[in-house]
Design a protein around this ligand. Structure first.
Ligand code: ATP
Length: 444
């Protein structure tokens, strides 16, 4: 029997205890809705981005990468429509002066004090800063609210330097910033977050087929890395919900403990973005189509995912409290993170059964064979059962234990986190065993 999460509280406390996620600036009492990834969280985030990059860029001939700067010419955001449109409806309570996002609740009384709410006004959620030593209007710049625009403004540079032919994509991961009116649900909505965005450029007539392709493909990616299909759904936006640039959007939603919510949006942006930059007088962003001998403005399909929301969904999905027998055969509860081994922060932990030099040396030797390929861990303190439990909570999929017999038979025990099976395998097979379970193409 196992228990999954019914609220985020247990996950938030495990995340802190094990070093996945800490409240930011905690020694000064924290800073609203900002989080820091600790030793395990930093690895998880790297692995999620790696999994995305491998599927989207490395495994495909038609997609190349980009790593653009966060600060860009303010004209980019004027042309893209963000200065005018990137806003949320804000209401202020006349009594308690609290501010809310109007579409967060129904009715026109304050959800905190029941006071009257004032008129709705649009609040632009782009963060402003100043470039250079003078704080004046002319020096204003924005922290990017999405990574996508830097892909559009580099369209020609990338297409020509990488000699890409339509259809092709440009992918990028990186930080984005939004001065959200309301934040919350742990990593779900923060003001600083990371995105994984693909802009896939197509001839206009291929846009709908490409849109369907990417919805299917991206949903399958979450399943490949361990999310149960029952906890995923695709929600099509109603026409009145569509962003100003969108011809159609579908969200991939995950069933979080707080309800179904978006983890990725897939949008048909048409020729909107490239055309806006062309109209604003930027350099030519058209594509020369050899077949027709004409310059065209490609259309674009955009799968846009959040690293932090993906991390939260993988953690929620992985969390289990399970009844298992301990070494004396008695039942106890173990908390375990059943993360896909490729996403797990530590892939393998090495334990000498007891603190004796020949066992310690062999465990170290085996760890050294793996350490440049995977993130590994060595632990010789405490009873072996306790060491397994610590790794269960950390989400480590494999533990290799060296005992006295290992010195005679040159074999070790590999314990599998999920089915708790302990297999005896020759020392010379350990790397092959790990390789077969940690390969990025597995489940493709
Ligand atoms: P929402 O409707 O939840 O505000 P959105 O539709 O504005 O999200 P997009 O502009 O489509 O989000 O951004 C793409 C992805 O970036 C989202 O699916 C999400 O994973 C991530 N993302 C957007 N805003 C935030 C945020 N404030 N905190 C964390 N991740 C975010």
């Amino acid at each position: 029997m196992s228990i999954n999460l019914d609220s985020l509280d247990k996950l938030v406390s495990l995340a802190k205890r094990r070093g996945y996620v800490f409240p930011s600036s905690e020694i000064y009492g924290g800073f609203a809705s900002t989080w820091d990834y600790g030793p395990l969280g930093a690895e998880l985030i790297r692995n999620i981005k790696e999994a995305w990059w491998r599927d989207i860029v490395v495994a495909r001939d038609d997609v190349v990468g980009l790593n653009a700067s966060i600060l860009m010419a303010p004209k980019v955001w004027e042309a893209s429509g963000h200065v005018e449109h990137f806003s949320d409806p804000l209401v202020e309570c006349k009594e308690c002066r609290r501010r809310f996002r109007d579409d967060d609740f129904a009715g026109n009384t304050c959800p905190k004090c029941n006071g009257d709410l004032g008129d709705i006004r649009q609040f632009n959620t782009m963060f402003k800063t100043f470039v250079g030593p003078v704080e004046q209007q002319a020096a204003t710049a924005y922290l990017r609210p999405e990574t996508a625009q830097s892909i559009f403004v580099n369209f020609r540079n990338v297409q020509q330097s990488a000699r890409m032919k339509l259809p092709f994509g440009i992918a990028q991961t990186g930080k984005a910033f939004r001065n959200e009116i309301t934040t919350g649900n742990f990593l779900f909505r923060t003001r600083e977050f990371e995105q994984m965005e693909l802009e896939y450029f197509v001839p206009p007539h291929e846009d709908e087929a490409s849109f369907e392709f990417w919805i299917t493909r991206r949903k399958a990616w979450y399943e490949k890395y361990g999310i149960d299909a029952q906890n995923l759904r695709v929600r099509k936006h109603a026409t009145e919900e569509l962003a100003h640039y969108s011809l159609g959007t579908s969200d991939i939603e995950y069933r979080f403990p707080f309800g179904w919510s978006e983890i990725e949006g897939i949008a048909r942006r048409g020729s909107y973005d490239l055309q806006q930059h062309i109209d604003a007088g930027a350099k030519d962003l058209t594509y020369f189509d050899n077949d027709s001998g004409q310059h065209i403005v490609p259309w674009v399909v955009e799968p846009s995912a959040g690293v932090d929301r993906a991390a939260l969904s993988f953690l929620c999905e992985a969390y289990r409290e399970e009844k298992v027998p301990n070494s004396k055969g008695k039942e106890e509860i173990r908390t375990v993170l059943r993360l896909d081994p490729r996403l797990a922060p530590i892939k393998v932990a090495y334990f000498p059964l007891v603190k004796k030099p020949p066992l310690q040396e062999l465990a170290h030797k085996l760890q050294d064979q793996a350490r440049f390929t995977w993130n590994t861990f060595y632990d010789e303190t405490g009873a072996i059962g306790r060491r397994y439990r610590r790794q269960d909570e950390a989400g480590t999929p494999f533990c290799v234990t060296v005992d006295y017999e290992s010195l005679d038979d040159n074999a070790v025990t590999i314990r599998d986190r999920d089915n708790l099976k302990q297999e005896r395998i020759p020392v010379t097979d350990v790397i092959a065993y790990l390789n077969s379970r940690l390969h990025w193409s597995k489940g493709q």
